[in-house]
Write a protein that binds this ligand. Structure first.
Ligand code: UDX
Length: 439
């Protein structure tokens, strides 16, 4: 098939590359000219395992990049809109890029086309897209048949390629048989044993994405709240996690207590769902609490540090392992590490940080202009003269470190672990003061 993908962020670039890998002819379009220039040479803007290899493999064969939508549109059968939909200050979803893409499409399509909403957008956006495209066609005084489809994406950063290549399900929201058929034809190669298509109406598909992310975020805030209660009552949240996870109705997945969820999806989508409900006259109390619990959880490590060292941290230095919101990515959007760093700096502390992948993104965008942070490119170097080690991201290289070396380098053997990675008895035996979540 001949496909155009508008937007080369995580979702657009992954989707376009995976469709190209299956033999489709794919053009990825972006208004960011520099990004496109780099992509044309196989330079990709994000770290995502396996993505660079697949882009290079298919580049100029089945995968093309352009900043000009018109150039390729004549032959395109399916256009994916995968542009960013960030949250505005008032928690409303920013749709200007999305609607601009719809407008651009209306200005260039010449034959029957399927337009697929891949970005996470508020319920009812597909109807608006239809209106926008139709308005442009009317202005051009031509009649072109088009179908608008909602096809939410459920991929996880750090596992984007494997999630896309082997989806649990493909949700298709459409209102015509031809659109369903075309979408199923496109995705069929991704299912080896049996299809996992879920057909539904467009609004339900749009809502499915928010509901999935809100459900997962709820599981995390729930276990974090349980962990906080465990600390008060003298229970161990990790034991409780296993105790409840063994019930198949609950399950073991996504109930790891930690320093809070971050990333580009959960925080944004939970806020947006709350706002969407509100705009329809409904107060989503549970969703609001999920967000409030997480806001507090992002500072739980900071709270523990203050409890241990007192409110004035001037003269103290903390070593931090991990900046990204989870392992396997250089993404630090809404990462708890950023919140903890800012709070510690405010109390006068100095920070030494190391992350295997995220230093550059953090420096460029999120910690820019902040003083008293020193960046290192080796994990043991950050420990020199630090008063404690803080673990924020469970990268594999932090899972089984040399504790003797840590002890030797730190001023005092103290570890604050935001991801419950170590064995408490083991560390106490080695003479560490060890603080974790939920115990
Ligand atoms: C998420 C959804 O999983 C994905 O389906 C959707 O398309 C986009 O949002 P992602 O943001 O890549 O994906 O990250 P995910 O692996 O889901 O983790 C999100 C956050 O939750 C991380 O900060 C992680 O550390 C945290 N988390 C996850 C926990 O704190 N505890 C858990 O048990 C699981």
């Amino acid at each position: 098939m001949n496909i155009t993908v508008i937007g080369t962020g995580y979702v657009g670039l992954t989707a376009g590359t995976c469709f190209a890998e299956m033999g489709n002819k794919v053009t990825c379009v972006d208004i960011d000219v520099d990004k496109i220039k780099n992509l044309k040479q196989g330079i990709i803007p994000i770290f995502e395992p396996g993505l660079e290899g697949l882009v290079t493999k298919n580049l100029h064969k089945t995968l093309f990049f352009s900043s000009n939508l018109k150039e390729f549109i004549a032959k395109t059968e399916i256009i994916f809109i995968a542009v960013g939909t960030p949250t505005k200050d008032d928690n409303e979803v920013e749709l200007q890029y999305f609607y601009q893409a719809a407008k651009d499409i209306g200005q260039v399509i010449t034959k029957e086309t399927i337009i697929v909403n891949k970005s996470t957008v508020p319920i009812g956006t597909a109807d608006k897209v239809k209106e926008i495209i139709q308005k442009e066609l009317d202005a051009r005084k031509i009649q072109v048949k088009f179908h608008v489809v909602s096809n939410p994406e459920f991929l996880k950063e750090g596992a984007a390629i494997s999630d896309f290549m082997k989806p649990d399900r493909v949700v298709i929201g459409a209102d015509s048989e031809i659109a369903f058929q075309k979408m199923e034809q496109l995705y069929s190669p991704f299912f080896r044993t049996h299809d996992r298509f879920i057909r539904m109406d467009i609004r339900s598909a749009e809502m499915t994405k928010y509901a999935a992310n809100a459900m997962l975020a709820t599981k995390i805030s729930f276990i974090n709240e349980i962990a906080n209660i465990c600390e008060k009552v003298g229970a161990d949240a990790n034991k409780v996690r296993i105790g409840i996870g063994s019930d198949s109705r609950i399950g073991y997945n996504f109930i790891y207590p930690g320093a809070g969820y971050g990333g580009s999806c959960f925080p944004k989508d939970v806020k947006a769902l709350h706002r969407i409900a509100e705009s329809h006259g409904y107060t989503a109390k549970l969703i609001a609490s999920v967000e409030a619990v997480n806001d507090a959880q992002k500072l739980i490590i900071f709270d523990k540090i203050i409890h241990r060292f007192g409110a004035d941290l001037s003269g103290k230095t903390f070593a931090m392992w991990g900046l990204s919101f989870k392992p396997g990515t250089d993404d630090v959007r809404e990462a708890p590490s950023i919140y903890v760093i800012k709070a510690l700096l405010e109390k006068g502390a100095k920070i030494n940080v190391y992350d295997p992948k995220a230093i550059e993104t953090a420096k460029q965008f999120y910690l820019k202009e902040l003083k008293n942070i020193t960046y290192f490119d080796a994990k043991y170097q950050v420990l020199d003269n630090a008063d404690a080690l803080i673990l924020m991201t469970e990268w594999k290289e932090f899972r089984s470190p040399d504790f003797e070396e840590i002890k030797l380098k730190l001023n005092s053997p103290i570890i604050f672990d935001g991801r419950n990675q170590y064995n408490v008895f083991h560390l106490q035996e080695k003479g560490f003061e060890y603080y974790q979540i939920g115990k």
